[in-house]
Design a protein around this ligand. Structure first.
Ligand code: MG
Length: 161
């Protein structure tokens, strides 16, 4: 078993969609970034890569590469899961915390969990997504951006399955 941790931050900006864990969330602003800027999925990807000591999202998918412009971060997650499998690692459990003052994310949490569980081939019970505010403190509290933290467990696939 291996444990991994990842964290990410993106700025909130006008004229951008807000996508978290692959789910489109109605809001007046969205996250700025080269991809769809899904900060929660990015934190998860870095947790997965960290657990396998396989680098980080910025190394794997450079924001200088046109092919990743506007790409769904769920597509990036799919690629990462395949890369892990090549190295004989499979995710066992993930836990994500999204830090955002607004909008309220509770109505979307189960859809987020389903999306990630489906993408990673995990049961819903092994995928946790939580949301918190910072009581108005810091850049998340002031609505300047959203941050996310992810942790995961990876299991080594037995050589003779
Ligand atoms: Mg990011």
């Amino acid at each position: 078993m291996r444990i991994g941790h990842g964290m990410d931050v993106h700025k909130l900006a006008e004229g951008r969609p807000l996508i978290l864990c692959g789910i489109s969330i109605p809001y007046e602003r969205g996250l700025l970034g080269h991809s769809d800027a899904d900060v929660a999925t990015h934190a998860l990807i870095d947790a997965l890569l960290g657990a396998a000591a396989m680098g980080d999202i910025g190394t794997l998918f450079p924001d200088t590469q046109e092919e990743y412009r506007g790409i769904s971060s769920i597509s990036l997650l799919e690629i990462v899961i395949k890369k892990l499998a090549v190295q004989k690692w499979i995710p066992v459990q993930v836990d994500i915390t999204i830090v955002a003052q607004q909008p309220k994310l509770r109505p979307y949490i189960n859809d987020m969990r389903s999306c990630l569980a489906h993408t990673m081939g995990l049961p819903l019970t092994a995928v946790s997504v939580k949301a918190t505010t910072t009581e108005g403190l810091g850049f998340e509290g002031e609505g300047l951006g959203i941050s996310a933290h992810g942790v995961c467990l990876l299991e080594s696939i037995p050589a003779t399955a």
